[in-house]
Write a protein that binds this ligand. Structure first.
Ligand code: B1M
Length: 222
């Protein structure tokens, strides 16, 4: 059982989606996250164990390597693809409520900003760590964030900005949301922002990378 979970974690870490996938080359011809997850569930491994002891573990490992510049964006995307494929088999368990997510994370790129590559990486990494993610996309106005935060009580919010010109929109969004929902925890990120900007605008946390976002969220849910 542990060996099978270890193999799934390895597939997620190295982005091995399924048997047919040629990537990574040294795992060509081997079963991937897809077949192994199906097998684990058929053999009676709980969906919760597959999630926590395999998928989350694999995503965590790739997140740490990404932070340390040991892997790059394409590898993270392959890991997320492998994780998503495995998650398809877990869907019925989430839907029936037998496996619980850690919480809800609402994320979007702020108004006026169309950059979504970094935001998507954060999204995938957080989802891979057992959170339900509501991704509002790019160019998200304050009203849309507010609507989503109200629709998901207790959620945590993530804002991404890639332009110096949209940092002002991030500031406005944080200010308006905090006025209306003072208990809402807000995490910010994106190339031009930093922790002193976070302090200035009154957000709760700044992370320079997806792994930091995951660690912040996990602390909140602990
Ligand atoms: Co744009 N762009 N762009 N662009 N673009 C930059 C950001 C820029 C630095 C390029 C430059 O001039 N050197 C510059 C900004 C300058 C500034 O503001 N100081 C710039 C500009 C000016 C523009 C336009 C204005 C260009 C124009 O039209 N004249 C325009 C703006 C459009 C708009 O948004 N309204 C524009 C458009 C575009 C494209 C559409 C062509 C494309 C975006 C495609 C897309 O995202 N789907 C694009 C791209 C790709 C870039 C660069 C090349 C790459 C950005 C990227 O994806 N990086 C960028 C230059 C560069 O960085 N080399 C540039 C990779 C990504 C993984 O990193 O997003 O930083 P990043 O995310 C990181 C962290 O920041 C963090 O985690 C991620 C992973 O480590 N993170 C978070 C991000 N969000 C987080 C949220 C969190 C936590 C962590 O919690 C919630």
């Amino acid at each position: 059982m542990e060996q099978l979970l270890g193999k799934i974690a390895h597939c997620v870490e190295f982005g091995k989606i399924n048997l047919a996938a040629p990537y990574p080359p040294d795992m060509k011809g081997q079963e991937g996250a897809d077949e192994l997850t199906k097998k684990a569930l058929e053999q009676g491994v709980s969906a919760e164990d597959v999630l926590k002891k395999a998928l989350v573990l694999g995503m965590e490992r790739v997140g740490i390597k990404f932070r340390e510049n040991k892997v790059y964006v394409p590898q993270v995307l392959m890991s997320a693809k492998a994780m998503h494929t495995a998650m398809e088999h877990l869907k019925p368990y989430f839907q029936s409520g037998s496996v619980k997510r850690k919480g809800i994370f609402v994320i979007g790129t702020v108004a006026g900003d169309l950059h979504d590559i970094g935001k998507n990486l954060v999204s995938m990494m957080v989802e891979g760590n057992g959170w339900q993610v509501v991704d509002l996309g790019t160019d998200v106005k304050t009203e849309k964030f507010l609507e989503a935060a109200k629709a998901h009580p207790g959620c945590t919010l993530g804002l991404s900005a890639l332009l110096t010109t949209t940092m002002g929109n991030m500031e406005k969004t944080v200010k308006d949301l905090k006025e209306q929902l003072p208990d809402l925890k807000i995490l910010i990120g994106g190339a031009p922002v930093n922790d002193s900007f976070r302090q200035k605008i009154g957000a709760d946390f700044y992370s320079p990378d997806p792994q930091g976002a995951v660690e912040f969220l996990n602390k909140l849910s602990a």
